[in-house]
Design a protein around this ligand. Structure first.
Ligand SMILES: N[C@@H](CCC(=O)N[C@@H](CS)C(=O)NCC(=O)O)C(=O)O
Length: 313
């Protein structure tokens, strides 16, 4: 773990847990848009840096695969363990090194893009090879860019559904995507309970919503599904134990669990999911939560079991 100050890497826990024990996520710093202004659409010009473990990066990886943009936007995958030096490109199964600067650590790219950058070096990063700059390091915005750029139709965020998608995204982000982190990184009992209660209220709400419709917006997949799903797929493998989100497991929610398997079977989802990176990242990286670094072998769950949702409206 660590962070950059004025482009210089500092080892240490830039923990986002404030003095009151509550985890706070920092805003992403690079917020340009592919296809606008200085970042025109050009095949081969942009490169995506992800961790296969990271739920935020996973959003962008799913969309790159769904759109079959593999030949248009390059990909690097960091090593699952995030300790000294932060995310690195050290050798390991599934790691794809950096072809742009042959960086050893992700933070080198942040410092190259902005020698005065202060903050964390997070994934995902959408990099512009032509200018050596970061287009964006905000997953929700990269997801939308990959929905529209290079001939995309913007189907994940259709005009008519935007208000409803925004409303669902807001609650899912606060209580689910970030909720599991607020529970896991809470440094007090109070902060932990403040995160866990709304997390499971939100899962109950989603369970009901998905009992009568295939996707969060009805009969079509939108960005809201991708954003929810990357947390669900990690839930039983990691968050139930490592982050103590254990009132219930995903498999205890019949509709949510079938919904998660439905998406897992669709193009872009299962194929970009790497449970080894996911589990090893969390259990080997967070020394405070798991000092021994032991990775649990379970749970045994069948992601390929029939989900029975094809015919749902
Ligand atoms: N707002 C960012 C958050 C990304 C994020 O927090 N990524 C984590 C991995 S899951 C990370 O890279 N953390 C590095 C660190 O904490 O030093 C986004 O959604 O793109």
């Amino acid at each position: 773990m660590g962070y950059l100050i004025e482009g210089q890497w500092q080892e240490g826990d830039a923990t986002e847990a404030a003095k009151d024990g509550r985890f706070q996520r920092a805003e992403s710093a690079f917020r340009h848009t592919l296809g606008e202004g200085e970042f025109p659409e050009e095949e081969g010009r942009y490169h995506l840096y992800v961790s296969l473990a990271c739920p935020w990066a996973h959003r962008t990886l799913i969309q790159r695969a769904r759109r079959r943009l593999e030949g248009v936007i390059g990909l690097s995958v960091v090593h699952w363990r995030m300790r000294e030096g932060g995310w690195s490109f050290r050798d390991g199964p599934g790691v794809l090194p950096d072809p742009v600067m042959q960086a050893r650590f992700l933070h080198e790219l942040y410092a190259k893009a902005d020698p005065h950058y202060s903050g964390k070096a997070t994934v995902p990063v959408l990099w512009d090879r032509a200018t050596d700059r970061i287009v964006s390091n905000e997953s929700s915005e990269i997801l939308r860019m990959l929905d529209r750029a290079f001939g995309g139709s913007g189907e994940l965020y259709p005009e008519a559904l935007r208000a409803e998608i925004d409303a669902v995204n807001e609650r899912v982000y606060r209580d689910v995507n970030n909720g599991v982190y607020r529970a896991g990184f809470a440094a007090s009992q109070e902060a932990y309970e403040e995160a866990v209660a709304p997390l499971f209220e939100a899962l109950d709400w989603l369970e009901t919503r998905l009992s009568g419709q295939r996707y969060l917006m009805g009969d079509r997949l939108t960005e809201a599904d991708i954003r929810l799903w990357t947390t669900l797929v990690r839930f039983d493998a990691v968050y139930v134990t490592h982050f103590r989100c254990n009132l219930r497991r995903l498999v205890d929610y019949p509709h949510l669990w079938a919904y998660a398997r439905d998406l897992y079977a669709q193009p872009g989802f299962g194929e970009t999911t790497d449970f080894a990176h996911i589990k090893r990242h969390y259990f080997e990286s967070h020394v405070r939560l798991n000092p021994g670094g032991i990775v649990p072998l379970g749970p045994i769950v069948d992601w390929d079991a029939p989900h029975g949702r094809d015919g749902m409206g």
